[in-house]
Design a protein. Structure first.
Length: 470
């Protein structure tokens, strides 16, 4: 049952404007090109379950973030073990329709993940959703199914996490997994595969792509993955340029400021510079641990449970290729990288502007707002940097909200919002200060990243979707 606030309160808070540049400004994960930034104003600093609430609606569990049109909100969820797409009225929070998706399988998931994790994408009329247990589906604004494209099964160690994005008349999805990674483009109108490009170097990732349109040139799709940031032609899927030096695991979505892209990646504590372990060559391992048939079995290696992730095909045997991946993975660095966009071929030597290695997040994506680069790591350490140089502006934990952080920070109206796992929403001033303006407590777990548009902030907790406004 939907909870409706008293009529007088709802009437006192104007509905989002149906015009203006921000009315449809949050149509994908993290809003405009994944930036996490809205141009809207008049957002409250203080809010909670009963404060500055325009409406709140109970929802089934899901990790996906809200995607907005002028008058609709799209989300995915799991209701009674069924995969569902939900459409709500943006002005009232009323659920307009709910549609179930096929679920031919249940893939293995990390406890921090869920079967309804990827965020929908919308063109303002139709919605496009991805469930790893089925594939891609599209519905029109009234919930009529337009097409479906089965994909998978997938073998991502943590479960799939990347969200679809819209590029021209295409729906693009990056599918990084242990083996057989690829990026695919589907026609928005007919659901037909336009192109599919392998990503053989990618073995662990959840990053949602962003778009880059060079001056006078066609749009490119930029995707972080294991070891590489790669740009593809949106028209053909051709691999255009790439930059090395990334972690072997990428989960965050990059952000762009000017001609520079910022991306963070964290593998393990042993991937900190100076802490890399010495990993023997495969031939040495084979001499010590191979069975009489010359096969290196995972179970025969020291501490097999800790390195089970290197058995990419899950057959219990470690091939030379899998061991080489392990060596490369453990030689990679945790880090935040500033990368100049553009080029042709391998641009590593020229396009990396700076690297930063302290308290780098594994899951939350970065944010560049008012000339400050923010990141919050999973353990709650916030770092503010100068985007042009990587110099520290500040670093520390947030007063009143020492917690774990999985949602990505967002910003608008001269406010930076950081959301903790147990439901604390910290509001910071611009400029890099880590002294909160306010710490709000929603009293419910938060994994989804908020949407901001039209003077409203939409926050999904474990059990609710809130619309906050002044």
């Amino acid at each position: 049952m939907r909870l409706v606030l008293p009529v007088l309160l709802v009437a006192a808070i104007a509905a989002p404007s149906a015009d203006g540049p921000d009315a449809e400004g949050w149509s994908r994960f993290r809003g405009p090109n994944g930036s996490g930034i809205s141009a809207t104003t008049h957002l409250p600093s203080e809010f909670g379950p009963d404060k500055n609430v325009v409406w709140k609606t109970p929802l089934p569990f899901g990790h996906s973030s809200p995607a907005l049109t002028r008058d609709r909100i799209f989300l995915t969820a799991v209701r009674a073990d069924n995969l569902v797409t939900i459409c709500l009225d943006r002005h009232s929070g009323r659920i307009l329709w709910e549609r179930g998706a096929p679920r031919p399988r249940k893939e293995k998931l990390d406890p921090r993940n869920g079967p309804a994790g990827p965020t929908p994408a919308t063109d303002g009329t139709n919605v496009y959703v991805f469930f790893a247990d089925f594939g891609l589906l599209s519905y029109d604004v009234d919930g009529r199914e337009r097409w479906r494209v089965p994909l998978g099964p997938f073998n991502n160690l943590y479960g799939m996490g990347a969200s679809p994005v819209l590029v021209g008349d295409l729906v693009v999805l990056a599918c990084d997994q242990n083996t057989g990674s690829f990026i695919i483009a589907i026609g928005q109108q007919d659901g037909r595969v336009r192109w599919k490009t392998p990503r053989p170097e990618a073995h662990s990732g959840h990053s949602t792509p962003i778009l880059f349109t060079p001056t006078g040139a066609p749009t490119q799709i930029v995707v972080p993955g294991s070891f590489l940031l790669t740009a593809y032609s949106a028209a053909s899927g051709e691999k255009l340029w790439w930059v090395g030096g990334l972690s072997f695991e990428l989960k965050s979505t990059p952000v762009v400021s000017g001609d520079t892209l910022f991306i963070n990646g964290f593998g393990t504590p042993q991937n900190q510079p100076g802490a890399h372990p010495d990993i023997a060559a495969y031939e040495d391992v084979k001499r010590q641990h191979a069975d009489p048939a010359g096969i290196v079995r995972l179970a025969s290696l020291p501490n097999p449970g800790a390195i089970s992730w290197i058995d990419l095909d899950s057959n219990g045997e470690i091939s030379s290729g899998e061991w080489d991946y392990y060596r490369a993975a453990m030689a990679s660095d945790n880090g935040m990288l500033a990368i100049r966009l553009g080029g042709r071929g391998d641009m590593t030597a020229t396009n990396v502007r700076w690297r930063y290695h302290k308290a780098v997040p594994q899951l939350p994506s970065p944010l560049v707002y008012r000339d400050v680069l923010y990141m919050v790591n999973d353990g709650g350490i916030v770092t503010a940097l100068k985007p042009e140089s990587g110099a520290e502006v500040g670093q520390g934990r947030l007063k009143g909200a020492i917690d774990r952080y999985y949602a990505s920070p967002v910003a608008a109206d001269n406010k930076v919002f950081m959301l903790s796992e147990t439901g604390k929403v910290v509001v910071l001033p611009p400029g890099g200060s880590l002294d909160p303006i306010a710490v709000n407590d929603l009293g419910d777990d938060i994994y989804a990243t908020p949407a901001i548009s039209g003077g409203r902030m939409y926050v999904r907790t474990r059990g609710w979707l809130y619309c906050f406004g002044t």
